[in-house]
Structure formats: structure tokens, C-alpha cells
Write a protein that binds this ligand. Structure first.
Ligand SMILES: *[C@@H]1O[C@H](CO)[C@@H](O)[C@H](O)[C@H]1NC(C)=O
Ligand SMILES: *[C@@H]1O[C@H](CO)[C@@H](O)[C@H](O)[C@H]1NC(C)=O
Ligand SMILES: *[C@@H]1O[C@H](CO)[C@@H](O)[C@H](O)[C@H]1NC(C)=O
Ligand SMILES: *[C@@H]1O[C@H](CO)[C@@H](O)[C@H](O)[C@H]1NC(C)=O
Length: 439
């Protein structure tokens, strides 16, 4: 079966070969010795200290405990060897010590492979299959790294100085440079001993007990209030969750406020007081409060567009302009009245700018207004009707314009064609894979 996932708003469809083994893996499983491995006590909502956590090459996250695993942020436990078959050959070990997904694009033989650590051995899996020649001694592949590890996590260049792996054992951390195979030992004694570690949405998490602590992958620094309970963030459990994080909307109920992509290629959808990253599908999708990235914004937004390295966030009759770098920083003097900055009175329903253009399109009701950002003062240059009474959000990239209305969107080649069209094209549906909503 092929599962086609809508992976980005520029309508690139990526079709994975869907491994039926995963979907159809039985929840109860008898191993060849006839032992029933289904363990009713393995309820991750009761508070589990995981042995290992890793994503696979398709962005599924696996949580390991004993000889079981959980796939994704919801669902029940299954036997690990139903997915990673060859782990069964070493079944007597009963658990994995650590696991990570390798990030090293320079070397296709290792990139995106999942490495499992059991006692003094390392196993490399790709496409859920053990690679030839494995397992090997850990020191053969990772010289300087001890056996009987507690945790491991990838750290790509840009987040670490070079493509690296962080290994944890007791109170010691080892930063392993994948290319040069050199090791730096760190004493991050302020961190709890991690029993598993996970990189997710460019952040690094040390898991200990049923808690986790976020740390900086280079300095080990912990900022913010930790530990936090895993069940509020990394799984959906009744009675847990943080203001929408674990709550999943039905796709049919989705109503976006804004969609934009910044100059670093980060794409966001905004709904209510939450945002969702659209381009990190390999990490799964998750909703966060807008104020997590744009500290000065509270509540929902009306429209967002990107112009160069500036992100314009419109709320009522005010506009906030953020400089986009590693973090978003509000430019001094903002927010300012929309009318003063952009020559249009709020509120607006949507705003978008096509690549390499200087003209932003504002939508208010059935009207679309064009404002030239390169001109001073900024004033409405053109006014055009659009064939919708009211839209929720608009977006433009090299594939053209998308107009979002509730759980559907419409595609047009250019803003001009949107304005001139009399007939509506077939709508597309907002998909679960893309927006993290429930089908
Ligand atoms: C992945 O493994 C399955 C069998 O388990 C095989 O049918 C498929 O061709 C493999 N895919 C790739 C990309 O190697
Ligand atoms: C952390 O690991 C060290 C060994 O490196 C051990 O001595 C210490 O007791 C551990 N701490 C906890 C809280 O388990
Ligand atoms: C780290 O663990 C070792 C035991 O493995 C212990 O001797 C040492 O005191 C610990 N260091 C700190 C700072 O906790
Ligand atoms: C989790 O963290 C809380 C503090 O936030 C602490 O009280 C609790 O003992 C921790 N539990 C585990 C199992 O680590």
C-alpha cells in the first residue's frame, strides 16, 4: 500500500512505501517460545521511564521500554521485534540501552540509519532491517564511547558544531564527531542522569523517570523550568496536556488564521493561540502556544506574512514586525498601527506576499488590496474583488496562491488569477499528516 503524504504547502506529494508490517503489527504477540509479551502494566500514561527514544527515517517516533515499544505520541505498546525483527535474535537482552537516528548527509551509508545500543554492541537499522555486518562492538564504530550506555541522540551540524552524536552514561556525556570520530567528554552535572534522549523540533531533551529536561546540545545549559512531566508533552494521556498540545483537533474543524514561510524556510500555520510547524514533518506535528516563539504576542493572530527577513504579524489594527534569525526578535518601536505602517486599516482576514515580490496582498471580506512595500508612504495601489465572501488565511510560494477556508484550501497560479477567476477550482482538504489533526 502506498501512503501519500502531503508534506508541504507547495503541494509536493511524497509517497512512501508503507510497510504493512507496522500498521498490522499485532498488539498481542506470542514469541516462538510461546510467551505472551503483552504487558498490561505497560501503560505509558502511568509514568514510564523509557530506555530509549528515536525517530525513524520517516519521522515516526519510537519509545522503548523493556522489549516493547510505542510508535508515535499516541497508541498502545507492541513488542519491539514486531518492527525491528532482528532485535529478537538478541532477545535475551530484553531491552535496548540507547538509540538514535544518525544525521550525516555526507555519507549515505549511515545517514538516517537507526542505531541501537545493547550492552557492548551496536546495531544499525535502515528500512526496519538490520544492515549487513551488524551488530559490532560499540568501540569499533564509535571509538571512545563506553559500553552499557544510558542514552544517545543525534546532533546535526548547525545545532552542534559538526554532525555529532551525544552519548550519555551515568553523569557523563560524550560528544562524538561523526566525521573525525573524535570524542569530547562533558561533565554536565547539573543535568539529571538521562535514561533516554531525544531531539525534537531542533530541541534536545533528556528523559529521566517520567520527567524530561531540555538542554542545550553544546553547552548543556538548561533554561526554563524543568523537569517537566513527559505525559504533558510527548504523549496524549487523559488528564494531561498543556493548553492544546496533546489535544488534537479533527481536520474537519480546522480553521486557520494565517500561514507563512520565513526566509529560513520555516513554515508555520497559526490557529487560535497556537502555531504548528509545517516543514518539520520528519519530527511529527505538534501545536505550541504562539508566545513560545513570538513572546510579545498573546492570543490569536489575523494575518502573517514574510518580507525578506522580517515577519509581519497582524492582530486587529496593530502590526508586529519580527526579525527572523535563530529566534524571532521584535523590532524596536513595534507594534505600530497597521494604518501607519502599511496604509490599510485593520482588521484584515489574510495577508500574503509572493516570492521575490514587493507587493503584499491584504484580504478584507471580498476585497483584495495591494500595497507596495518598496514605496513610501505605503498606500493601497490596487483593489480587486475575490470570489469568496470571507477567507481565513492566504499564502503564496513558488507554486502560487493558496486560499484557506475552514478545512479546505483552493490553489491559484497568481493573485491576479485569483482575482479574475469566476469559477472556484476544486478545493483540497487539509490533511492529518500535514496539520496534525485527526481524520
Ligand atoms: C524496505 O523493506 C521492504 C521489505 O521489508 C522492501 O519490500 C522494500 O523494498 C524496502 N525499501 C527500500 C527503500 O529499501
Ligand atoms: C548518576 O550516575 C552516576 C554514575 O555516573 C551515579 O553515581 C549516580 O548515583 C547517578 N545519579 C542518580 C540520581 O541516579
Ligand atoms: C559522577 O559519577 C561518578 C561515579 O560514576 C562519581 O564518582 C562522581 O562523583 C559523580 N560526579 C558528580 C559531580 O556527581
Ligand atoms: C518529576 O519532577 C517532579 C518535579 O517537577 C518531581 O517532584 C518528581 O519527583 C519527578 N519524578 C520523577 C519520577 O522523576
Amino acid at each position: 500500500m502506498n501512503l501519500c503524504l502531503l508534506i508541504s504547502l507547495n503541494l509536493v506529494y511524497r509517497c512512501f512505501h508503507h510497510d504493512p508490517m507496522i500498521k498490522d503489527a499485532p498488539e498481542r504477540h506470542l514469541d516462538p517460545k510461546g510467551e505472551d509479551h503483552h504487558d498490561a502494566k505497560l501503560d505509558r500514561c502511568k509514568g514510564i521511564e523509557f530506555d530509549a527514544i528515536t525517530p525513524d527515517e520517516k519521522g515516526n517516533t519510537f519509545f522503548f521500554k523493556g522489549d516493547h515499544l510505542w510508535k508515535g505520541f499516541s497508541g498502545s505498546a507492541e513488542i519491539s521485534s514486531s518492527i525491528f525483527k532482528e532485535l529478537d535474535d538478541y532477545h535475551h537482552l530484553g531491552h535496548v540501552d540507547a538509540a538514535f537516528r544518525m544525521h550525516h548527509q555526507e555519507d549515505a551509508n549511515v545517514h538516517d540509519h537507526i542505531y541501537f545500543f545493547l550492552d557492548d554492541k551496536v546495531f544499525s537499522f535502515y528500512n526496519y532491517t538490520l544492515e549487513n555486518g551488524y551488530p559490532v562492538e560499540i568501540q569499533q564504530e564509535f571509538p571512545g564511547i563506553p559500553s552499557h550506555l544510558d542514552a544517545a541522540v543525534e546532533c546535526p551540524k548547525g545545532e552542534c558544531i559538526t554532525d555529532s552524536v551525544l552519548f550519555f552514561k551515568g553523569n557523563e556525556t560524550y560528544s562524538f564527531d561523526i566525521k573525525t570520530k573524535t570524542v569530547k567528554k562533558k561533565m554536565w552535572t547539573h543535568l539529571p542522569n538521562c535514561t533516554s534522549a531525544f531531539r525534537w523540533l531542533e530541541h534536545y531533551y533528556c528523559f529521566h523517570g517520567y520527567n524530561f529536561t531540555r538542554f542545550h546540545p553544546v553547552s548543556g545549559e538548561v533554561t526554563g523550568t524543568y523537569p517537566k512531566d513527559v505525559r504533558n508533552y510527548f504523549m496524549s494521556c487523559k488528564g494531561f496536556g498543556h493548553g492544546g498540545g496533546a489535544r488534537r483537533l479533527r481536520c474537519s474543524e480546522v480553521k486557520l488564521n494565517a500561514v507563512t514561510t520565513d526566509d529560513k524556510g520555516r513554515s508555520y500555520a497559526f490557529h487560535d493561540a497556537m502555531y504548528l510547524r509545517l516543514d518539520t514533518h520528519k519530527d511529527g506535528s505538534h501545536h505550541f502556544p504562539i508566545s513560545r516563539l513570538w513572546k510579545e504576542i498573546s492570543g490569536g493572530v489575523d494575518a502573517v506574512f514574510t518580507y525578506g527577513d522580517n515577519m509581519y504579524i497582524i492582530q486587529g489594527d496593530q502590526v508586529y514586525i519580527y526579525k527572523s534569525a535563530a529566534h524571532y526578535t521584535l523590532i524596536e518601536g513595534y507594534p505600530k498601527p497597521l494604518k501607519e505602517e502599511l496604509g490599510i486599516s485593520g482588521p484584515v482576514d489574510a495577508a500574503f506576499l509572493c516570492p521575490k515580490q514587493h507587493t503584499v496582498q491584504f484580504v478584507q471580506g471580498q476585497k483584495m488590496y495591494e500595497v507596495d512595500l518598496a514605496a513610501t508612504p505605503r498606500v493601497i495601489k490596487k483593489e480587486r474583488p475575490i470570489p469568496f465572501p470571507k477567507i481565513d488565511a492566504g499564502f503564496c510560494d513558488t507554486d502560487g496562491v493558496k486560499v484557506f477556508i475552514g478545512p479546505e484550501y483552493y490553489s491559484y497560479e497568481t493573485p491576479m488569477i485569483l482575482a479574475l477567476s469566476k469559477l472556484r477550482p476544486e478545493p483540497h482538504k487539509i490533511s492529518p499528516e500535514k496539520f496534525g489533526c485527526e481524520a
